[in-house]
Design a protein around this ligand. Structure first.
Ligand code: SF4
Length: 449
C-alpha cells in the first residue's frame, strides 16, 4: 500500500443509470477521502453516456447492450468508443486507485467490459467496485463481483455500509469489510458529511440545479415487495440541523438551491422532518431574492389522517417541497396488508390537504398488485374517475409500475411463483387499462411498462 501522499483515487459512476440528475456516491466518497487528506476525484461519468445516446437513432440497440449485453454489429464502434472514453477520462487523473460505483444491476455489463479494459491497459492500477448494483439490495448473493475478482478484473469489491471500511482501507491499508457479503450497518454519523461535487459538470444535466443530499437510510415501514428493509437493518437519519447545514453549505458553494433528499423516505423521523421543513420555510421567507429560496423534493410517507398537521402542510408549501408519495395498491386492504399503514380515507385527507396548501406531488402506484381481484381492478379504475379534481393540484403526475419480485424481500419468500407467473398476462392487461383510465381522467401519467 502506498503512503497517503502517493495515493490518488478516482471514483466514478458507471452507466447505465437512466437519470438526469447528479448521482451522489462519488461526491460523498470524495468528501470523506478529502477530509482524510487523500487526493481524490469524484466523477459522475454516467451522465456523459446518457447524453451521448439520448437522441441516438440506435438508442434501443445501445440500451440492449447495457441491459442485456446484446452487441449488434452496427454498435460495436460506439461501444468501443464509450469504453475508451471512460478509460481516458479516468486515467487522465493518473490514479493509483479506481473505485466504480454501480447504482443498479444495469451497470454490470459496462462494468465488466470497462474493468477488463482498464486491467488490460493499466494492470498496476487497483480497481474496486461497490454499490447496490453489485446485486439487488436484499439478495446478498454476489456472484457478479466474485466472478470479476476471479477473472482479475477487479481487486476488491464492497457493498452496503462501506463508509468506515472504505476510509480505513486508504488510511490504514486494512481490507476489513471488503470482498464479503456480510456487511453490517456500522458506519457512524460523522461520515455523513456534505458531499463534494467539485468535479461534477452541472451543465451536463438538464435538471442541473438539483443536488442530492442523503438525509436518511433504511425505512420505518416494511413493505413486502421492497428490498430497502431487507438490506438496511435499521432506519438512521441526520438531524434537521445537520441536513439544513448541508443545504446551506451546498448552496453557498455551488449557487444551487434545488435539493433532492436522496433517501427512501424524507419524513421517517417526523420530529426532525417538521423541524427541517420549518428551517427551510423560514429561510425562504428571510431571503432578499427569490432565486435564493430553497426548493426540494423527496419520498414522502402518507400517514394516517391527522398525523400530518395543517401547520406542517403550510410549512411544506413555504419550503417549496415536492413530494413523491408511494400509494402502491389503490385498494386500502391490499395496501395495508403489503405494509403501508394508511387507508383510502387517509389518502383522501392527504390529497385534500395537499390541494388546500397547493403542495405538488407525484403518486407512485403499482398497477394491478398481484393480490387484486377483478373487482379491485374495477374499483381502481373508478378511483381515478372519482379523484380527477386532483389533476394538477396537487397531483402533478401518476407514476405507474408493475410488480417485480426482488430477492431478499418478504414477497419473494411468501409468493406462489407459479400462480404469480400464470396471472401475469391478466395483470399486464389491467395495468394498461389503469394507465389509459388515468390519462382519460386528465392525469399526467408516466408508466414504466
Ligand atoms: S415505504 Fe418505501 S422504502 Fe419504505 S419499505 Fe415501503 S417501499 Fe420501501
Amino acid at each position: 500500500m502506498e503512503t497517503l501522499s502517493k495515493i490518488k483515487v478516482v471514483i466514478a459512476t458507471v452507466p447505465f443509470v437512466d437519470e438526469d440528475t447528479p448521482l451522489a456516491t462519488p461526491a460523498y466518497l470524495k468528501s470523506l477521502l478529502v477530509k482524510n487528506d487523500i487526493d481524490c476525484v469524484g466523477l459522475d461519468l454516467n451522465i456523459e453516456i446518457v447524453n451521448l445516446i439520448r437522441n441516438d437513432p440506435r438508442k434501443k440497440d445501445l440500451l440492449n447492450f447495457f441491459y442485456k449485453q446484446i452487441i449488434k454489429e452496427e454498435i460495436v464502434t460506439d461501444i468501443t468508443q464509450m469504453l475508451y472514453h471512460y478509460v481516458q477520462r479516468i486515467m487522465s487523473y493518473n490514479p493509483t486507485h479506481i473505485a466504480l460505483s454501480l447504482f443498479t444491476i444495469d451497470s454490470q455489463v459496462f462494468t465488466k467490459w470497462l474493468t477488463a479494459l482498464i486491467k488490460h491497459l493499466y494492470p498496476d492500477v487497483i480497481v474496486m467496485i461497490g454499490g447496490p448494483g453489485l446485486e439487488t439490495l436484499g439478495a446478498r448473493n454476489y456472484n457478479f463481483p466474485e466472478r470479476l475478482k476471479d477473472l482479475g478484473y477487479v481487486d476488491h469489491y464492497f457493498v452496503g455500509d462501506a463508509n468506515d471500511n472504505f476510509i480505513n482501507y486508504f488510511t490504514n491499508g486494512t481490507t476489513e469489510g471488503f470482498d464479503t457479503v456480510l456487511v453490517k450497518q456500522t458506519s457512524n454519523a460523522k461520515h455523513w458529511i456534505t458531499p463534494n461535487y467539485d468535479d461534477y459538470n452541472f451543465l451536463y444535466y438538464r435538471n442541473s440545479s438539483s443536488l442530492p443530499v442523503v438525509d436518511s437510510r433504511g425505512c420505518v415501514q416494511n413493505c413486502e415487495f421492497c428490498d430497502v428493509v431487507a438490506f438496511w437493518d435499521k432506519f438512521q437519519n441526520l438531524t434537521a440541523d445537520d441536513v439544513f447545514e448541508q443545504m446551506l453549505e451546498l448552496s453557498e458553494r455551488y449557487n444551487i438551491y434545488r435539493l433532492q433528499f436522496a433517501s427512501s423516505i424524507c419524513n421517517g423521523n417526523l420530529v426532525q422532518f417538521r423541524k427541517l421543513v420549518k428551517l427551510i420555510a423560514d429561510h425562504n421567507d428571510s431571503v432578499d431574492f427569490a432565486d435564493q429560496e430553497f426548493f426540494w423534493h423527496g419520498s414522502f410517507i402518507i400517514r394516517k389522517k391527522d398525523r400530518h398537521s395543517e401547520e406542517l402542510w403550510h410549512n411544506i408549501k413555504r419550503s417549496n417541497g415536492f413530494l413523491y408519495c408511494g400509494v402502491e395498491s389503490i385498494i386500502s386492504e391490499i395496501r395495508i396488508k403489503l405494509g403501508k399503514n394508511f387507508n383510502n380515507e387517509d389518502l383522501a385527507s392527504h390529497l385534500e390537504l395537499g390541494q388546500k396548501y397547493d403542495v405538488p406531488m407525484n403518486l407512485l402506484v403499482i398497477a394491478a398488485y398481484y393480490s387484486e381481484s377483478e373487482e379491485d381492478h374495477l374499483y381502481a379504475l373508478q378511483w381515478f374517475e372519482d379523484n380527477k379534481h386532483y389533476v394538477d393540484n396537487p397531483i402533478k403526475q401518476v407514476q405507474f409500475t408493475t410488480l417485480g419480485i426482488l430477492e431478499g424481500t418478504r414477497l419473494q419468500k411468501d409468493i406462489d411463483i407459479e400462480k404469480f407467473n400464470s396471472e401475469l398476462p391478466m395483470r399486464n392487461a389491467h395495468a394498461l387499462k389503469l394507465k389509459q383510465k388515468a390519462e382519460e381522467c386528465g392525469f399526467t401519467v408516466r408508466a414504466f411498462y
